[in-house]
Design a protein around this ligand. Structure first.
Ligand SMILES: C[S@@+](CC[C@H](N)C(=O)[O-])C[C@H]1O[C@@H](n2cnc3c(N)ncnc32)[C@H](O)[C@@H]1O
Length: 222
C-alpha cells in the first residue's frame, strides 16, 4: 500500500483536481437515485481522493465521511467539505486510512450508501477485496446502496503495460498495478449479500485519457 500512497500523494500534490474539479457522472447518478427514494442519509466513500464526489453528496444534504490512503488527498477533501459548510477549522470528515480498516471502524448497519469510484481497480489482492466487500455489507443498513465504478476489461489500459494475469496489469512508470473487470467479475461482487440493481459498461474519461468503465449499483439484501 505504500506504493499506492506515495504515488497518489505526488499526483495530488501536483494537481489536487487531477480527477476533475467537479463531481463525476457517477456521483450524479448516485445522488439522483438516492434522492428518488428519500432525502438525506449517511454516505461513506472509500478512496475518495480530494473529495469532489463527496462534496456533491454533501451539497445535496447527505452526511458524508470517507477515507483515502493519501493524506494529501484527505487534507484537500476536508478543506473542500469545510468550505461547503463554513467550518473553521475543517473537521475530519475524511481520514487517511485503508478502505477496509475504515469500513471496519463504522458501526454495523449505519450507512445508507457506500460509494467507490475507481477504487476497486487498485484492489489487486483478491482476499483483501473480498474482506472489503464483506465490510461494506456489514456497514450498510438493510436496503442500503453500494455504488461501484470500476474500469472494464474493454478499457484501452488493459493493453498498456505488463500483463500480470487475467485483467491484471502493471502499467509501469511507478504507477500501481491495476485490475480491470469483466461483467462476471463485477456482477459477482453481489455474492449473497447484495442484489445487483444496475450494471452498465460505457466509455468515459477525457479525450487524452479515454477509459471504459462499469457502473454498478448494488442493494444490501434485508
Ligand atoms: C483512481 S483514484 C480515484 C479517486 C476518487 N475516487 C475520484 O474519483 O476522484 C483512487 C483513489 O483510491 C485511493 N486508494 C487506493 N487504494 C486505497 C486503499 N486501500 N484504501 C484507501 N484508499 C485507497 C488512492 O489514494 C486514490 O486517491
Amino acid at each position: 500500500m505504500d506504493g499506492i500512497r506515495g504515488y497518489f500523494d505526488s499526483i495530488y500534490s501536483e494537481d489536487p483536481d487531477y480527477f476533475g474539479p467537479t463531481a463525476s457522472s457517477f456521483a450524479r447518478l448516485a445522488v439522483g437515485l438516492l434522492l428518488r427514494e428519500r432525502p438525506g442519509g449517511r454516505v461513506a466513500e472509500i478512496g475518495c481522493g480530494t473529495g469532489q464526489d463527496l462534496a456533491y453528496f454533501a451539497a445535496h444534504g447527505f452526511e458524508v465521511e470517507g477515507c483515502d490512503l493519501s493524506s494529501v488527498a484527505c487534507r484537500r477533501a476536508n478543506e473542500r467539505l469545510a468550505a461547503l459548510r463554513g467550518e473553521v477549522p475543517p473537521l475530519e470528515h475524511v481520514r487517511p486510512a485503508d478502505g477496509l480498516s475504515f469500513l471496519e471502524g463504522l458501526p454495523a448497519g449505519s450507512l445508507d450508501a457506500a460509494y467507490a469510484n475507481l477504487y476497486l481497480n487498485l484492489e489487486v489482492d483478491d482476499a483483501h477485496r473480498a474482506l472489503t466487500t464483506r465490510a461494506i455489507g456489514r456497514a450498510l443498513r438493510p436496503g442500503g446502496w453500494w455504488f461501484v465504478r470500476a474500469r472494464s476489461t474493454a478499457d484501452p489500459g488493459v493493453g498498456r503495460g505488463l500483463r500480470l494475469g487475467p485483467g491484471l496489469v502493471d502499467p509501469g512508470g511507478g504507477r500501481p498495478p491495476l485490475r480491470f473487470y469483466t461483467f462476471t467479475e463485477l456482477s459477482g461482487l453481489a455474492g449473497d449479500t447484495f442484489e445487483a440493481a444496475y450494471l452498465r459498461e460505457h466509455p468515459d474519461g477525457e479525450p487524452d485519457f479515454p477509459v471504459v468503465v462499469w457502473d454498478g449499483v448494488f442493494r444490501r439484501r434485508g
